[in-house]
Write a protein that binds this ligand. Structure first.
Ligand code: ATP
Ligand code: LTN
Length: 334
């Protein structure tokens, strides 16, 4: 029996992923790859919507791929590749842009937020068409499910609308994908500002736990994490966002329930709790970091793995794009 298909990706927007990416995305991807025919890309074309130094972008792309593998995405089981290695993404994005309404794209909240923040003159057209490229990523592979964070749900809804619109106009061409929204309990906040999401592009580094941080640095950041003056290790998102966030990280990495962790630390101070969490974090990410660095030590081999996976992805993407070109009436080159 063929397994249903799954697609997801992340932007190579930093040298290291942060543990929110790990807990909110990679841990779930790792699990889902067992039961789905999974495609995971490093979306370097999407990353071009932000200013980048060329050499750094190349490095971040390799590093992101290495961290997928180090976190347990198996390139022999899943198709793990770099978006720009498969030219059909940009090609289908162009076609889809011609069936996307200007107003429709303008209603995407991520674009609205960014253009409001930076002003329309400082906002490039790529940011505006970003969701169309994301739709192309998903639709090229006849994807059934797309695991994403809540912030990307609207983009997957747009993808569904575009797939249905195309299918209605030209006949059944695309599978209509369904978003699988990551659990709210997997949402990780900044250690210094525990009401803001932990993010690769955070302004300050002190509240971000990087997957590739030296273990002693991660431990220090945890010991300095913002808490409160109440003193009890108890989950209460409203009143105790800092402690609650640390509890969520603890529970996610150990697979334990939050009440059991609260019980273990009842009557003990935040210092003990943070020490316990630092051990958990170092225990989890020490080996992940070692694996990622080992993969990055042999770039030729990593590049070969990515090339082989891109070739596999290209076959599927090429078949979909040829079908699309035929249906919309582009003359085939003989
Ligand atoms: P950027 O700052 O470049 O936007 P980011 O770190 O916020 O990056 P994305 O690249 O937007 O992360 O997201 C990649 C994946 O990681 C998505 O599936 C997203 O839902 C998940 N993710 C990102 N940050 C967190 C977080 N703090 N908690 C849980 N999941 C997260
Ligand atoms: N926009 C997404 C990254 C992304 C993606 C995709 C996710 C690009 N293409 C296709 C799922 C499917 C983000 O910023 N997290």
């Amino acid at each position: 029996m063929t397994r249903p298909r799954l697609y997801s990706g992340m932007q190579p927007s930093a040298d290291s992923l942060q543990i929110g990416n790990y807990i909110g995305a990679l841990m779930q991807w790792r699990e889902l790859q067992q039961s789905y025919d999974a495609y995971f890309s490093v979306v370097d074309l999407h990353a071009l919507t932000q200013p980048n130094d060329p050499a750094e972008l190349r490095e971040k792309t390799r590093r992101t791929a290495a961290q997928y593998i180090a976190a347990g995405i198996e390139p022999s089981k899943s198709t793990l590749y770099v978006q720009s290695h498969v030219p059909q993404h940009a090609e289908l994005a162009w076609v889809l842009s011609t069936i996307t309404g200007f107003g429709e794209a303008g209603r995407m909240t991520q674009f609205k937020d960014k253009s409001a923040r930076y002003g329309t003159d400082a906002t490039n057209v790529g940011l505006f068409t970003y969701p169309v490229l994301m739709a192309a990523d998903i639709l090229l592979y006849q994807t059934d499910v797309v695991p994403v964070g809540d912030d990307q749900k609207q983009h997957v809804e747009l993808t569904r609308d575009l797939a249905e619109r195309f299918n209605n106009r030209y006949g059944a061409t695309f599978a209509v994908p369904r978003p699988v929204i990551q659990k709210d309990t997997a949402r990780i906040f900044d250690l210094q500002n525990p009401t803001a999401k932990m993010s690769k592009s955070a302004e300050s580094d002190a509240g971000v736990l990087w997957m590739l941080d030296d273990p002693s640095v991660s431990a220090k950041k945890i010991m300095r994490a913002v808490t409160d003056s109440d003193g009890s290790v108890r989950f209460d998102r409203e009143a105790k966002p800092g402690v609650s966030n640390l509890l969520v990280i603890y529970a996610a990495l150990t697979g334990r329930q939050i009440p059991a962790i609260e019980d273990e630390y009842a009557g003990r101070g935040y210092g003990d709790f943070k020490k316990g969490l630092a051990e958990v974090v170092v225990g989890e990410f020490g080996p992940v970091r070692d694996r990622a660095l080992a993969l990055l030590d042999d770039r030729a081999e990593l590049d070969r793995v990515l090339a082989a996976n891109a070739a596999k992805a290209s076959e599927v993407a090429g078949a979909t794009l040829n079908d699309v070109y035929d249906r919309i009436g582009l003359l085939r080159r003989v």
